[in-house]
Write a protein that binds this ligand. Sequence first.
Ligand code: Z5A
Length: 208
Amino acid sequence: MARAPLIAIEGLDRTGKTTQTSKLLSHLTSSKVKNRLIKFPDRTTPIGQLINKYLTDKQFELSDQSAHLLFSANRWELYTEIINSLTKESTAVVLDRYVYSGVAYSAAKGLDFQWCLNPDVGMPKPDVTIFLKLKDSKATSKREGYGDERYEVVEFQDKVRFQFEKFENESNWHDIYVDGKGIEEVEREIWSVIEPYINGVEEDLHKF
Ligand code: Z5A
């Protein structure tokens, strides 16, 4: 028996995750695969609203540990919905950021890597993860909106990238470089990775 795939799109700020998740949903729909998008942080939930305030209001202070636990709690708010979509509703779930972002951003601030992963232990692991990667962290700093939020500083992004790279040996993790590539070129590369998964994956869900 196959179930629907859990697909994560990860990457540094402004690398095109939202642009590409939307393209991916269109490909899935055209291929007659039921699908839904979950963007983390999900700023619509009670915890997500606090996270939004933290990200957009530099006067709103939280300890790094508290902020980290809020991001993880925000994923647990969606846990049952994710599982039900994959199993009961045969719906592919596309995640715009996930646990990997949670760990990478907090570990980049100096928190212990394993401590950062612990609150997400038990969340489902993606069947496939795309990491939108940059050779040069400055490559996206001219893109629209860069710098609006708390973490969008090139030096910090370098530290985040270093933490993300610790996950590169995860199974079914695919790096895609985006520097100097147009939206359609990145879209084609992503689809060539994802297409083999769309008709279902093995029933067992792996967990963090
Ligand atoms: N965070 C955390 O600390 N812990 C956690 O657990 C999680 C997140 C889940 C908000 O995340 C912050 O939360 C984030 C990490 C932290 N850090 N910051 N800041 P977010 O996902 O809500 O915000 P974001 O990273 O800034 O993502 P974004 O704004 O959604 O950017 P994006 O999705 O990667 O990019 P985009 O919106 O698709 O594209 C940006 C612009 O570039 C836009 O004008 C596009 O038209 C353009 N673009 C896209 N692709 C291209 C190409 N190929 N060429 C040229 N221009 C392009």
